[in-house]
Design a protein around this ligand. Structure first.
Ligand SMILES: [Zn+2]
Length: 267
């Protein structure tokens, strides 16, 4: 918890919130470009409908959306609510991270983790695919911050890898059995790789919680969004599972350990 006095606390939280908005906006842009096969490093942001290059005033997170009343200035096309919502969500998650981990390398580690999860969720929603680049980014982020933060680097890296396999291997085996029984693909390879990547960040107990939570969220999403079709032609009605895993991983950062302690305290 932050303990720098009212003034500094407010300052830190305000800056964190604004950075969250900007990074949320950035990830929206990256996810859109990847989902639409565009170069995401070069090129200016443009209107998704008419191609007009966006001016700085049209690029302010959330505010632009409110000022333009949810319509683009160039062609008056409706802007998806998804942009301001994900920008706000990122800002709120960033606040939560700083409140939990203080001004620290841990905070930075989980902020990058959150951004990767957001990108995974957005691209999976649009394309029903999880690019390997995101999985790799998550693995590199884990290795990098383990080297920066932990004193016993090697044993922490090994623990992470064991956790990652402990979550992904049983799910891989289960999905192979399910594929045989259902005679169709039950879970994509991207989902299993995503389980491995997020598994690196948690203890085995927390991973158990994460798997249960992701399945519950998956069921809820499938029911709530059953009318939304995605790009997967073989299985057009299936709602992608990546967003459920991403959300469960984000929630686990905050509640997995305390909930497990609470549960074990009952016995
Ligand atoms: Zn336009």
């Amino acid at each position: 918890m932050l303990q720098y006095g009212v003034f500094l606390n407010t300052y830190i939280l305000t800056v964190t919130f604004v950075i969250g908005l900007v990074m949320g906006s950035f990830i929206n842009c990256v996810a859109w470009r990847i989902a639409h096969g565009e170069d995401f490093i070069h090129g200016r942001s443009h209107c998704a409908v008419c191609g007009h290059t966006l001016t700085p005033i049209e690029l302010i997170p959330v505010l632009s959306y409110l000022l333009q009343k949810g319509k683009s200035r160039c062609c008056k096309e409706k802007i998806s609510l998804r942009y301001p919502i994900t920008e706000l969500l990122t800002a709120i998650v960033f606040l939560g991270i700083v409140l939990k981990f203080d001004v620290s390398l841990d905070s930075l580690k989980y902020m990058v983790f959150a951004l990767i999860l957001l990108a995974v969720a957005l691209v999976d929603l649009d394309t029903a695919l999880i690019p390997n680049g995101f999985i790799l980014s998550g693995i590199i982020n884990f290795i990098l911050f383990t080297c920066l933060i932990e004193e016993n680097i090697f044993s922490n890296l090994i623990d992470g890898v064991i956790s990652g396999f402990a979550i992904s291997v049983p799910i891989l085996l289960l999905s192979v059995v399910m594929d045989r029984v259902l005679k169709k693909e039950s879970m994509g390879g991207g989902d299993i790789k995503l389980y491995f990547m997020v598994g690196l960040y948690f203890s085995i107990k927390s991973n158990l919680f994460l798997v249960l939570l992701s399945c519950m969220i998956g069921i809820i999403f499938t029911v709530v969004f059953q009318n939304i079709r995605v790009g997967d032609e073989e299985n057009p009605m299936a709602f992608p599972f990546g967003p459920s895993i991403a959300l469960a991983a984000m929630v686990s950062v905050f509640v997995a350990e305390p909930l497990i302690d609470l549960y074990l305290g009952l016995f």
